[in-house]
Design a protein around this ligand. Structure first.
Ligand SMILES: Nc1ncnc2c1ncn2[C@@H]1O[C@H](COP(=O)(O)OP(=O)(O)OP(=O)(O)O)[C@@H](O)[C@H]1O
Ligand SMILES: Nc1ncnc2c1ncn2[C@@H]1O[C@H](COP(=O)(O)OP(=O)(O)OP(=O)(O)O)[C@@H](O)[C@H]1O
Ligand SMILES: [Mg+2]
Ligand SMILES: [Mg+2]
Lengths: 254, 254
């Protein structure tokens, strides 16, 4: 039974892409078959996974706007790891999608067949709650919400929760919160305060596992590697490893 | 002669809001009259400036979508500092703006009179190149681009430059780059590499001043204070002070 997990948070720079890349890699390490979909026009997940722009024939823009099949756009990375790459053109998709019928359900429809070939589909999103992220939330079974352990990151949480509730009411009844993941935690007072505040407001959903600020996590994608390949003994690798074990053990039957 | 400076970068979490708040405060310290406009639905600039949601009557959404005047929505903070606050409703503005005529020019038209009461207008934007940011770029004289000294931040730079060139061709001929500001710099190899790469591609536009990673900058907004009031002797305060002096000395006549 495939599980589709969307990464979402309209606050920028909170670790959506870093989490998408490293849980995809961690799931692979645990023998799972994974499709990574990059819906962010910045293509950070595409490049962080080591994809060279020259390898890309079709991308997420072609699938959503020009009706290409997912199969024609997927790039095979390893035996068990495929990626649907992004491109800068996707930035124009937000406006072009407003003209289409059922504009929020396009991704769900497009991946309906293909997703059955995998154990997990991980979708990275841009820092916004626009039509690209809505497509993701409609196609997803659950949403993983990275929250940076810093003051500004607190503000968007209520807004995000509201959006998830709206998605449930208008088209994706079964959407659940996979978890709220505190990222870039440090030993500062402000970091501890933000973590405590999020745990207070969302006690059920917040993972006990937190991802510490770790420079290895910023270096790994510049080599197109996951944290496990780049610095397998780092604090970042250990934390993402625990997170992946938790995701696998929750076999999706709430 | 008022100068309208927009903060823009579609990459999230690079320091747009932190820079907007601290250059606004720094300009005040130097006797300038400042209007801060918050066009980000996350309202980080609004709360970072110490505004309580209860104080807000009208906001940027009312100005852009419901045709309220800028004057009716502005909150007076101190003698020389006003703010046009944001609200979560602004998230819906992207889609609503697509239906309006001259949808990119609304902010420019709305601030045309009001801006003359100030020396500087600073506009904070969401992490996207959608219609909210386009409104800002059309209304601005120049754009200040914070770039985080980390690998992922490099990718969006070419896209951003393309967007600025498009804006120049379609409506705001006079738009210039105020500067590219490297933020959250550290003594790591990856930070130095990214700074060197940006300086190589944009030698003219990149400030020699860089903003170091400094925890005081993340704490200040949780008290509604600028870095100057919160930790005036910190490395963050010293760097933003230098930046403000550079902005004032460049009196805008390119
Ligand atoms: N735990 C961590 N420790 C240190 N740096 C981190 C950590 N997680 C992410 N980063 C770095 O912080 C920056 C922001 O992370 P990332 O790009 O993954 O966030 P994002 O939410 O995907 O951003 P955007 O909103 O732009 O899509 C990146 O430079 C990344 O390398
Ligand atoms: N020089 C710095 N040193 C340390 N932390 C910083 C620095 N500048 C910004 N920050 C912190 O990094 C985070 C991202 O900064 P900020 O919110 O200003 O970026 P942004 O570009 O406005 O984000 P968004 O794309 O979501 O609008 C915030 O938690 C902020 O407090
Ligand atoms: Mg990202
Ligand atoms: Mg911001």
């Amino acid at each position: 039974m495939v599980r589709v997990i969307a990464l979402a948070n309209q606050k920028g720079g909170v670790g959506k892409t870093t989490t998408a890349l490293n849980i995809a890699a961690g799931l692979l390490k645990n023998g799972q078959k994974v499709l990574l979909i990059d819906l962010d026009p910045q293509s950070n997940a595409t490049s962080g996974a080591g994809v060279d722009k020259k390898e890309i024939n079709f991308d997420a823009y072609d699938v959503l706007i020009s009706n290409r099949s997912v199969k024609s756009a997927i790039l095979k990375r390893t035996d068990n790891f495929d990626i649907l790459p992004s491109s800068p053109e996707l930035a124009g998709a937000e406006i072009e999608l407003t003209k289409k019928k059922n504009r929020q359900m396009i991704l769900k429809r497009k991946i309906a067949q293909e997703k059955e070939n995998y154990d997990f589909v991980i979708i990275d999103n841009p820092p916004a709650l626009g039509l690209l992220s809505l497509n993701s939330l409609m196609a997803a079974d659950s949403v993983l919400i990275p929250v940076q352990a810093e003051y500004f990151a607190l503000e968007g949480l209520a807004q995000l929760k509201k959006t998830i509730d709206l998605v449930k009411e208008h088209g994706n009844l079964g959407l659940t919160i996979e978890g709220i993941l505190m990222t870039m935690t440090t030993h500062t007072k402000i970091s501890r305060q933000v973590v405590a505040e999020v745990e207070k407001h969302f006690p059920e959903e917040t993972y006990s596992i937190t991802i510490p600020r770790n420079v290895r996590l910023t270096e790994a994608p510049s080599f197109g590697q996951s944290i496990f390949d780049f610095a397998g003994f780092s604090s970042g690798a250990r934390a993402y490893n625990k997170l992946v074990k938790e995701i696998i053990s929750k076999d999706g039957t709430e």
